[in-house]
Each structure stands twice: as C-alpha cells, then as structure tokens.
Design a protein around this ligand. Sequence first.
Ligand SMILES: *Cc1c(COP(=O)(O)O)cnc(C)c1O
Length: 323
Amino acid sequence: MPHAVPTFDDVLAAAARLEGVAHKTPVMQSSFLNEQLKATIYVKCENFQRMGAFKFRGGFNALAKLNDAQRRAGVVAYSSGNHAQAVALAARIIQIPATIFMPHDASPAKLAATQGYGAKVIGYDRYSEDASALATALAQANGLTFIPPFDHPDVLSGQGTAALELFKEVGELDVLFVCLGGGGLLSGSALAAKALSPHCQIVGVEPEAGNDVQQSFRKGERVKIATPVTIADGAQTPMVGAITFEIIKALVDDIHTVTDAQLVQSMRFYAERMKMIVEPTGCLSLAAAIQAGTSLKGKKAGVVISGGNIDMARFSQLMTAYP
Ligand SMILES: *Cc1c(COP(=O)(O)O)cnc(C)c1O
C-alpha cells in the first residue's frame, strides 16, 4: 500500500485546515421523523456545504497539504460530479491550477460549475476510457499531483470532519448512518466516531444495485462489480478503495443497502417535511434509518446527508417516476 492509513489525529489536523474555509453545516431534526421512529435523529446537512457536498472538505484538505512546488505545478482529478467541483473550488481558493477529466455526458450544470471555478476541463468517454489512467498519465507527464476521489489519506481525513462536527455538536450517538460510494466519507466518519463516541454503531449505506462494499465487507476482501445502474450517481463506484476498506473493515459495524424507490421516498421527505433539496445519493443514510424502523426506538441516531446537487428537471422526473 503506497499510503499510511490515517488516524483520528489526521481528521483533527484536517479540521484545523478547514477552519474558516468550509462551512460548519447545520444539524437538523424533524419532529415528524422523531415521532415516526420513536428516536432522536440528528441530520447533518452537508447539502449546505460549499459547492453542495461534503467533497469540498477532502478536496481542500488534500490541496492545502501540498508544498509550494506542487502548488505551482498544479493538480489533476477526474469525476463526473461532486469531486470535480470540490477540487476546482479548493484549487481556486488556494490558487493552484487544476485540470479535471469529466465524462462527455456529465451534467451541464456540473460542467459549468467546475469551469466556473476556473478549472480546465478535459472530456472523456466514460464507457471506453479509464479516467483514472488518463489522470495518472497526465500527472506523470506534466508533474501534476493527482487527487483521487476517495482512496487517499488526506481526502478521507478531510471527509471525516463532517462527522467530527456532528459529534462535537450533539455528543455521543447510538448509531450513525453514512452514505457510501468509494468509502471516503464512511472511513473518515468512522475515525471520528470511534474517537468521540466509541460505542456508536457505524453503518455504511449503499444502493442495493451496487452492493460491492457489502459483499467486500462480508468476504473480508475487496470485490469488484460492474458499474451499477442506480439513481445514486455518487455511489456508482465499482470497488471500494484500498485504504478506505482497511478502515471500514476495522471500524465499521455493518453495511446496509436501499433501493432507488426508497431513495426517492427520502428525497420527497426532505423536500416536503424539512424543506431541503437532497440529491439521490445524499438520501442513502436517511433511507437506511427509515428502513431500520423500530429497531431505532429510544435511540440517538446520526444521519449524514452527503450532498444536494440535483437540477430541478431531474428532481421532478424522479418524483413522477416514483409516485
Ligand atoms: C462522492 C459522494 C458520495 C460517496 O462518497 P465516497 O467517499 O466515495 O464513499 C456520496 N454522496 C455524494 C453526494 C457524493 O458526492
């Protein structure tokens, strides 16, 4: 493994770097939800983070750690979504040149946002080209630093600062539900949870159609699947990261899955009851809490919303498709 596995100290160091730069996002409750589940549910709203998702935390932390020579040379990343915007925004703040590979069919809003932050965007074909290989090759050829979307100590340590804030605000929890793709948010959250709330049960939640981490968790080794078909586009990763899986194996208690219909049910709940727009992937955690139902009775549970980036045409399309 090329990198050391980070610890809670790395999450604390990331929080210091993010101080005054990242938003301290609100923690909200819904009395309706609390009554339904007969529990106290604390919702950590990373949909209100800068650029609309927790990914700003990890992207900024990774860039803030670069030395002067690395900063001058610039960074490269690939993403169809939130990591592209996160790296582009962090690079603009620190004044680092950024090149981002984005698929030709990336959403126009995400493309415009990434370019709007001043990044140079290069298109690629997501079905025939390997974006990770393209980014690594460009990094080697031009002396750039490659910033991976999840499997990097500085990225995952940054992501863990969201849960760090949650525990600092509400104290210890009985259970924490975290949205899960490649495992950056989950592994960082687990580092924070084990330090600040050692008895908290940590549950990662992925789409039922793409349960590679659940399979990996049960097998004890990483399982690769075909790119899953799900509306949770932030969790379409075919395989969990190597470093993130080390932490998940050691600290996470279980991996749950939910269906696309359950995700839309949670999107509707957030919009109607809590007046929030949450993207499908950001609903994984709440959908799992609702699925856990009466097993949460009398407990304090955390639900991390990972992001809110969805355009209204897609939002209304999903509301109509899953009435
Ligand atoms: C990237 C992303 C995820 C998955 O995060 P990982 O760190 O890859 O597990 C979940 N939700 C949203 C909104 C994301 O952008």
